[in-house]
Design a protein around this ligand. Structure first.
Ligand code: MLT
Length: 401
């Protein structure tokens, strides 16, 4: 009989968004006459199609696969040089220097933020904000690792800062934040970088929503902060930026400077370890997707993406204005596609989820799914269509009277 990884006993039966989908399906089965009215503003899944440049590159790359001379088999596990260079150039245009050789192409920030736990031993002090993207906690739990929470509350604008009495080894930060939409300033990130350098800790910085930053002066990469190359890994994604939730493309930056001592005293490089991990367990992102991604990372490609993001920003405006009219405090919606607010009437978040689904057929994400500090909060995404977002907020306001 196999001995199972019993750490799985310590994670919830289903992943947050799978649980939401299950509950919505159960509702549809119980009330089939209401099914067509349901508006989904729960999981952050995009509704705008791929941009023209991405589609053209995909089509050309697909056509090249019909020709023996241009056909591609296995690609480099780290990703093709042309797309790694395109990402380095994108960073460069934002004033940040990243070496193409430090960039590893993958199929999703979810996979990479989950898989990176393999590089770290069990007995680390792992700091995770609460509320938080559930992948960070679930993947550490599956690995038998314990996390230490740092509270994100209204008082700190959901942006926890270092507690000098805690000596962390690994720190997860996500900015602009999923789920709260809050965004660290450069000064705040500098405090985190200094803390990490003092403690020889690694920051795992999830920048999946960087393209949503609109307020001038807010950082879009942790590498905007001096010293970050010595302590931070950064995750980026085209899921939300370019509508690749179905197409799949992400990247992880592991600077060569990230070296630490093994217990034997031998120096170990995180970049070399990640390279070893990826080349052993991953055969790369499809060639045609990498071609589409390279087109996205050009100046013109990103301009097209920003048009789509403006579309979502308009939805965020519709949501935040409705909340403001109801006097409901919220964060996010400006530098982020997520809007995070207190559940009305003192309701708990799953209670409010059911109330909204049953009475307005609107689906959101209960804050409890992101941690204990989310128990009385709720998240809506700006990724719907204008029509459905406006209708959802009309029903929301009507329901709250
Ligand atoms: C979310 O809704 O939080 C995201 O879509 C989840 C993800 O990116 O995996």
């Amino acid at each position: 009989m196999p001995k199972l990884n019993e750490n799985y006993l310590h994670v919830k039966d289903s992943y947050l968004f799978a649980e939401i989908a299950r509950r919505v399906k159960a509702y549809e089965e119980s009330y089939p006459e209401k099914a067509s009215r349901i508006i989904r503003l729960g999981i952050g899944d995009v509704t705008r199609p791929l941009t023209p440049r991405a589609v053209k590159a995909l089509q050309e790359a697909a056509a090249s696969q019909a020709v023996a001379e241009t056909f591609k088999g296995y690609g480099p596990e780290q990703g093709y040089g042309f797309v790694r260079e395109a990402i380095a150039a994108y960073y460069g245009r934002n004033g940040v220097q990243v070496d193409a050789g430090d960039i590893f192409i993958s199929d999703g920030a979810k996979s990479d933020t989950g898989n990176i736990t393999e590089l770290f031993a069990r007995d680390n002090v792992i700091l995770v904000p609460d509320p938080v993207y559930p992948v960070y906690v679930d993947t550490n739990t599956m690995d038998g690792k314990e996390v230490v929470y740092m509270d994100g509350r209204e008082e700190n604008h959901f942006l926890p800062m270092p507690d000098e009495s805690v000596k962390a080894d690994i720190i997860y930060l996500c900015s602009p934040n999923n789920p709260t939409g809050a965004c660290y300033s450069r000064e705040q990130l500098k405090i985190w970088v200094d803390y990490a350098l003092r403690n020889q800790a690694v920051i795992l910085f999830d920048a999946a929503y960087e393209a949503f930053v609109t307020e001038p002066g807010l950082p879009r990469s942790i590498y905007e902060v001096e010293g970050a190359r010595k302590c931070a890994v950064e995750f980026g994604s085209l899921s939300k930026t370019a509508g690749f939730t179905g197409t799949r493309f992400s990247y992880t930056v592991v600077p060569g400077e990230l070296t630490f001592c093994a217990s034997s005293g031998e120096e170990m490089s995180l970049r070399a370890m990640w390279n070893r991990r990826q080349s052993t367990k991953f055969n790369g992102t499809p060639y045609i997707v990498q071609c589409a991604a390279a087109a996205v990372f050009t100046e013109e490609g990103m301009e097209e993406c920003q048009e789509n993001l403006s579309y979502y920003r308009e939805n965020a405006r519709l949501i935040t204005e409705a909340l403001a009219r109801k006097g409901i405090p919220f964060t996010g919606g400006v530098n982020s596609p997520y809007i995070w607010f207190q559940c009305p009437g003192g309701m708990q978040s799953w209670e409010f989820f059911d109330y909204l689904l049953e009475n307005a057929q609107v689906v959101g994400t209960p804050g409890a799914g992101f941690g204990k500090n989310g128990r009385n909060y709720f998240r809506l995404t700006a990724f719907g269509t204008h029509e459905k977002t406006a209708e959802a907020m009309r029903r929301f306001e009507e329901l709250l009277g």
